[in-house]
Write a protein that binds this ligand. Structure first.
Ligand SMILES: *[C@@H]1O[C@H](CO)[C@@H](O)[C@H](O)[C@H]1NC(C)=O
Ligand SMILES: *[C@@H]1O[C@H](CO)[C@@H](O)[C@H](O)[C@H]1NC(C)=O
Length: 206
């Protein structure tokens, strides 16, 4: 009895570790995704907005079937290959547990079969660094495993890429200017204070 329990436990453990890992290459592309930025457009983090639209491609999966399988859809901002070179922390891995391509969530919502075209407006997050991106959506089952995907670019991730200019790169010159200005004001105030002090001292020395 206990032995059988152990066997089934081991079986579940293996099943979990072997089948729990989802490979990107195994996923069908059943979602259609579009994003408002056009090829090569440059957006500013924390300021500019992106409108993403997604829905089921009914010629690749039946709508009722999708409704039974898909529980939620997450749309993310993903690094294009050109911004992954020499950056292990953005690396693409076929195993989605270790894949680091899509690090910025745009929206995560329950799968809604009644709306074929979902749409969402997103202000680019302030934490998004300067890089080239595309948008990808994953459909998940009830236990949070990826079942399908869709993306704004082609399979080789070459078309429809856009750029985001991170906050740190953009505000540096402004920050330097404000630091110089503060330093100048302190020196100025200090000088003013000294002059005033001297002026006040003179009469009392008489
Ligand atoms: C929808 O799926 C069909 C069949 O897989 C495919 O040929 C077509 O290009 C897809 N449409 C879009 C807009 O992705
Ligand atoms: C959904 O959006 C896509 C892309 O924007 C568009 O081609 C398609 O016609 C839309 N479908 C519906 C039902 O609105």
């Amino acid at each position: 009895m206990e032995f059988r329990f152990l066997i089934s436990f081991l079986f579940f453990w293996f099943a979990h570790t072997c089948y729990g890992d989802v490979l990107f290459s195994s996923l069908p592309r059943t979602l259609m995704v579009t994003a408002s930025p056009h090829q090569g457009q440059v957006l500013r983090a924390g300021e500019d907005r992106i409108t993403v639209k997604w829905g089921l491609n009914e010629s690749s999966l039946d709508a009722t079937e999708a409704e039974n399988l898909y529980k939620n859809v997450k749309v993310s901002l993903c690094y294009a290959p050109i911004s992954q070179v020499d950056r292990g922390w953005r690396k693409t891995e076929d195993n989605l547990k270790t894949d680091k391509t899509c690090q910025f969530t745009i929206t995560n919502s329950p799968y809604d079969a009644s709306q074929t075209n979902r749409s969402f407006d997103w202000t680019v997050g302030k934490d998004v660094p300067t890089a080239t991106f595309f948008v990808r959506a994953y459909a998940y089952n009830s236990v949070g495993e990826e079942l399908a995907f869709g993306q704004t670019t082609d399979a080789k991730k070459k078309s429809n890429l856009f750029e985001i200019q991170g906050i740190s790169g953009r505000h540096v010159s402004l920050e330097i200017a404000s630091i110089c200005f503060s330093a100048f004001s302190i020196v100025f105030l200090f000088g003013f204070f000294l002059v005033e002090k001297r002026k006040n001292k003179r009469p009392s020395n008489k």
